[in-house]
Design a protein around this ligand. Sequence first.
Ligand code: ATP
Ligand code: MG
Length: 315
Amino acid sequence: MSDQVPVLESALDLELVHRGKVRDVYAVDNETLLMVASDRVSAFDVVLPQPIPHKGEVLTLVTAWWLEQLDGSVPHHLIAVDPDRIVALHPGLAVSQDSWARRAMLVRRTKPVLVECVVRGYISGSAWREYERGGTLAGEALPAGLRESQRLDPPIFSPATKAEQGEHDENMTFGRMKEVLGDELADRLRDLSLRIYAHGRDVAEKSDIILADTKFEFGLDGAGELLLIDEVLTPDSSRFWPKESYGIGRGQPSLDKQPIRDWLDGLEGWDKSPPPPDLPPEVVQAASDRYAQVFERLTGTPLAEYRPPRYREDR
Ligand SMILES: Nc1ncnc2c1ncn2[C@@H]1O[C@H](COP(=O)(O)OP(=O)(O)OP(=O)(O)O)[C@@H](O)[C@H]1O
Ligand SMILES: [Mg+2]
């Protein structure tokens, strides 16, 4: 594994434009952002006090790997992940390289579309809860008699509002999405999302990973071009289930966060609101190992050996 120092919070000498639960986003110039994936981990929407070594690296490199699989078919925001390439484009970043290498993506700055494009190929989580209540998903009726974790064919697009910091995203109907964004953009986003998900589900299946659902974000660049932005098909933005333990009629273990969830579930006296408990070192290590395993299982390459592609040589 690379000898990265775990990062709970990055501190680069650049304008910080956003600090989310996981990523610290900096402006490099008017057109370019450096998105630094920290090693923060959240459970029940609360950020835990301990960083998970290599988690940020996994999120960033999984995104780079997927974009490599998709390249050509979907315009996206990624300019570079390879640290030398990033420094070649922005020499001022060389001094801080140790703190962001392999966990940062250099991306084209966009105006994000304020709708989260969720695609579900299996019914789980909030979708399962909505279905249990009234037989619907994103307000639209689904066939009767579905069971928890059952595969949905065809997969379903179920957009959500992009909540302000600290708020929960809320499912919205496709009709509502059209009102907010206009028919043309809404249709494009749905079609693109379904297409990327279908490709991702097929690719993950080859590694015996079920890509149950995922969330995409899109943005418009200065020229009005629609780009796939943010992280792509990562364990944080998707539900990855190991095929060997899959079964319908119940919830599924998660490939990445299960050691943390299990430990928190066994803990008494935490009501799942801040402040969160400290994670013991063995739980941190187990979670870190899980992220590295997800990377290797999905891509076929050990994390330490993966060399990100050099995007957009022409720019
Ligand atoms: N190319 C891009 N241009 C502009 N903004 C982007 C781009 N790519 C990603 N973003 C934004 O950067 C942020 C990434 O931060 P992160 O995922 O950590 O936080 P979040 O999703 O806003 O909030 P949280 O994860 O805390 O719920 C998101 O708000 C995302 O919309
Ligand atoms: Mg996010």
